[in-house]
Design a protein around this ligand. Structure first.
Ligand code: NAD
Ligand code: MN
Length: 357
């Protein structure tokens, strides 16, 4: 496995260090586990030095790798649209990572401020390349009384069909029976009626699965009221973005939530990253929670065929949280990033011995 590692900015660098220690631990446990990592300092620091987030041939360099492990970016010296549009977006688009996959799973020992249920286990499939996040539109009549802005949502049948298929394939693989679609077709939104039609048409190919459609405004309330009822949720780019941050709040916070930007056809590398950003408010203090980053590594290994190692890491995280002795500040403790990382490495060792291959 050849893995490109991009730690990025702020706490991205801090939490990545711990994920790499977990990987090293696995390599010590399994001698012939062949993983090559290359670290790329494509960051805001790099931008300040060179005027570029990544080199001209950055994407072609990455295309040589099996997967990308990403930290987080964001720095007050560089506008967010530069960090996002010159690094993350080109990677997602160039490598056709049209699935944004975000698991939402209750963790032992974590009390969510929002919900009491402790048996939440679902996954969100967010369309990752089109929809509401399009370049089509603009602003007119600047500084005039009639000033206005137009944003065009571009949804394609292929785009919708692809994300629905990915959600359904996952549902079948993991023995789920319902797929929930987020919509807003009760309002006069052409793209949403189209979304519904394409979802329904594609779901006919999966007679084992039941389609549940909810209006987005009701769905956010259900996420809080009865999150344990969901199995797989499929949503457009904007709705999926909002739902997945809510999903991470539902299970206890951003420090715990991983994600995958996936090219299901595996023609291009997929990218795995925490849902959170560079957290400038706590960066440099060594107190960030590394779990989201370590879990992202687990998803990466699972994607590359090592679901046994994915399971080892996730079980190790659960064990540490269940024991409750080591907790970072975001989840009510006082442990440092390094202490949490070390505890997970120790747990990985004991889980590895007991793993089922
Ligand atoms: P953020 O996710 O960085 O932080 C939100 C809050 O959650 C902060 O209070 C932070 O301290 C806390 N938090 C986040 N991750 C944590 C962790 N692992 N452990 C403990 N606490 C954690 O979001 P923001 O403050 O809105 O954005 C900061 C910067 O990050 C901005 O520049 C933004 O554009 C960028 N950003 C990048 C990504 C990405 O790299 N994909 C995603 C979101 C935001
Ligand atoms: Mn978001």
């Amino acid at each position: 496995m050849k893995i490109a590692v991009i730690p990025g900015d702020g706490i991205g660098k801090e939490v990545m260090k711990e994920a790499l220690l977990v990987l090293e631990t696995l390599q010590e446990l399994e001698e012939d586990l062949s993983v090559d990592t290359t670290i790329f300092d494509w960051s805001s620091d790099n931008y300040m030095r060179t005027g570029k987030m990544m080199p001209e041939d950055g994407l072609s360099i990455l295309s040589e790798y099996d997967a990308i492990l990403f930290g987080a970016i964001g720095d007050k010296r560089v506008p967010d649209d530069v960090t996002v549009w010159e690094l993350i977006m080109p990677i997602r688009k160039q490598f056709n990572q049209y699935v944004n996959f975000r698991p939402v799973k209750s963790l032992p020992g974590i009390t969510s401020p929002l919900v009491r249920a402790d048996n939440i286990d679902f996954a969100i499939f967010r369309e990752n390349t089109e929809g509401e996040y399009s370049n089509s539109g603009g602003r007119l009549y600047m500084d005039k009384p009639q000033e206005l802005a137009i944003q065009n949502t571009v949804m394609t049948k292929t785009g919708i069909t692809n994300i629905v298929s990915a959600a359904c394939d996952y549902a079948l693989k993991y023995g789920k029976s319902t797929v929930t679609s987020a919509t807003k077709s009760n309002a006069v939104i052409h793209t949403m009626k189209f979304w519904d039609d394409c979802v329904a048409e594609q779901m006919k190919k999966y007679p084992e699965l039941q389609l549940q459609s909810y209006y987005i405004d009701a769905l956010v309330a259900y996420f809080i009221e009865r999150p344990q009822e969901f199995e797989v949720v499929v949503a457009s780019n904007l709705f999926g973005d909002i739902l997945s941050d809510l999903g991470s709040a539902v299970i206890g916070g951003l420090g715990l939530s991983p994600s995958g930007n996936i090219n299901p056809e595996r023609i291009y590398p997929s990218m795995f990253e925490p849902v959170h950003g560079s957290a400038p408010d706590i960066a440099g203090r060594g107190i960030a929670n590394p779990i989201a980053q370590i879990w992202s590594l687990a998803l990466l290994l699972g994607h590359l065929g090592r679901t046994d190692l994915e399971k080892v890491i996730v079980t190790a995280i659960e064990q540490v949280l269940e024991a409750g002795e080591v907790k970072t500040a975001d989840i009510g403790g006082a442990a440092t990033t390094a202490e949490m990382g070390a505890a997970i490495c120790e747990a990985v060792k004991s889980c590895f011995e007991r793993r089922v291959v």
